[in-house]
Design a protein around this ligand. Structure first.
Ligand code: HEC
Length: 188
């Protein structure tokens, strides 16, 4: 290629690159999601906002809010976390996701931190709460309290072999470890 052609080509490449960078900068600045996530990490939001975010993203509603999972989360926030009367049945008996809206009104922050981290029967992912920071658990507590009490109590736990009068989700598999069995025994 003659020299002038090389120069023209380079100018063209530089122009295209500059246009790309300019577009990327505009898109990044305009995208509210990018802006929001940057703020979220930079300045800690207030605990209630953080708590709502954690409840939404860590799955509490999937079990503690009736029909939340089936409706892909399209449930009015006023109905969130009121507990569910669909039972979870397995070798541990039948468990029901409790009404967290009422429960948080009855415990102090310190009691919440303790209860949230103690073993619960399946399928409650208590081990996920155990591994959350005090700040995150406190944020969840404050958010749920801010919603106020609502709903009735979920049905009480039913030991294995006893009659159950609600719909249930049956777990087909047996507990895999002795430890799981011991935990269930310790809680009954
Ligand atoms: C897969 C379903 C499921 C999910 C997801 C779930 N829970 Fe639960 N949760 C339950 C069930 C079932 C129980 C009742 C367990 C029992 O009877 O021992 C329960 C009980 C609890 C209890 C009472 C524990 C105790 O020791 O008495 C708390 C507190 C709780 N859940 C908080 C949460 C929070 C906060 C989240 C979200 C991070 C969450 N749960 C997610 C099903 C679930």
């Amino acid at each position: 290629m003659p020299n002038t052609q090389v120069r023209k080509y380079l100018v063209y490449v530089i122009a295209v690159l500059a246009a790309c960078f300019a577009t990327a900068a505009l898109v990044l600045r305009a995208d509210p999601d990018v802006a929001r996530s940057t703020t979220t990490h930079a300045a800690n939001p207030d605990p209630i906002t953080r708590g709502r975010y954690l409840v939404k993203t860590t799955g509490c509603n999937d079990c503690h809010t009736p029909t939340y999972a089936q409706r892909a989360g399209e449930v009015d926030e006023a109905q969130w976390l009121i507990g569910d009367s669909v039972g979870w049945q397995g070798p541990w008996g039948t468990t029901y996701a409790i009404n967290l809206r009422r429960f948080v009104q009855t415990v102090t922050r310190e009691q919440w931190l303790q209860v949230a981290r103690q073993p619960a029967r399946p399928p409650m992912p208590w081990f996920a709460l155990r591994d959350m920071t005090d700040d995150d658990l406190t944020a969840i507590y404050q958010y749920i309290r801010s919603l106020g009490p609502a709903g009735t109590h979920a049905p009480a736990y039913v030991p294995p072999g006893e009659p159950v009068h609600t719909p249930v989700v049956r777990f087909p598999i047996q507990p895999t470890t002795e430890e799981a069995k011991e935990r269930t025994a310790a809680r009954s």
